[in-house]
Design a protein around this ligand. Sequence first.
Ligand SMILES: O=C(O)CCC(=O)C(=O)O
Ligand SMILES: [Fe+2]
Length: 333
Amino acid sequence: MKKNQVSKEDVLKDLIAIQKYEYQGMDHVDAIRLFGISEKEYCALYNKYKKEIVDNLCKTKKHLEKMTLEQKFFFDIKGWLLLPEILDNDEIMLMKEEVYLGAKNGYEGKLQNLLDHPKITGILSEILSEEPFIMFEESYGFRCENSFTTVRSYGWEAKSERSDMGLPHVVRPPQQANAMRYQVAGKKIFSGLTRVIWELEDVKYNQGGTSFLSGSHKAHFNFSENNPYLPDVRDSKWKKNIIKSMENYSCPAGSAIIFTESLLHAANNWTNKDNPRCAVFNCYNSIWSNWHKSVISHDTIESMPEKRKSLFRGIWEIPHGENQKYVKESNTI
Ligand SMILES: O=C(O)CCC(=O)C(=O)O
Ligand SMILES: [Fe+2]
């Protein structure tokens, strides 16, 4: 900050740059030294222009497609949300082709665009990020930690294809506090471990889409009398009734379903004769917590656009924003 610097714009530019340097990991003392001001001067200027600084750093939020109040209402009471037809036909064709050609996850090719598709990033920011960590132009305020694809032809059976036999299950039983749990506090949703399913083929009602026990993410009572710690309903006396109460959806290709993994949900037999299920399952979490061991290579992350890379950041504390960017040390492969 030059001594003869008088314009408010110039002062603000420098104050914002100092903040950004700090969020990227620079020590506060080094950051202010770089701009030639003392701590005392910095504090005085920061307090004077605090609102302008925060507004500027928050401006990316304005570009996000915001979660609507209606979406918040339904996501909160049900635990899942269907976003119908949000991909166009060309996108669907190209992505489907990659899955049918053998892509096992959505980390590469056109499928990579789904990781931070603009139709979901606003919602994920709302349900997984918190102030002030949502606000950067260069990084997301949530992490991606798992991705897989599936192709299910007519006759695909959950019982033989899945280790949980397609039973309703959760990440951890929601009736007890746990680090992955759905919660709402201070009018703010924290969804915990959260899945986005991209359906790349039509899904017909009751013919094999994922099913959900709406509202179960807020359960206060166990879904199993025998073992309250089991994450699925296999030994529950009410198993049949739970399965009967599950809801599912129909949707055209190019739709997405977002759900909290605290919600009882299940894989189902694919009984649609008209087309296979072709879907991508991407999983997200808070920047503070981690469930899956990611299996995405450093080279793949490095080849991504800058902001997308931040989805693969580490989870350690950020007194100065050290983990805001992806760094090789956060790779778990
Ligand atoms: O395969 C399915 O439909 C269910 C997937 C699932 O259990 C999950 O995404 O956590
Ligand atoms: Fe699951």
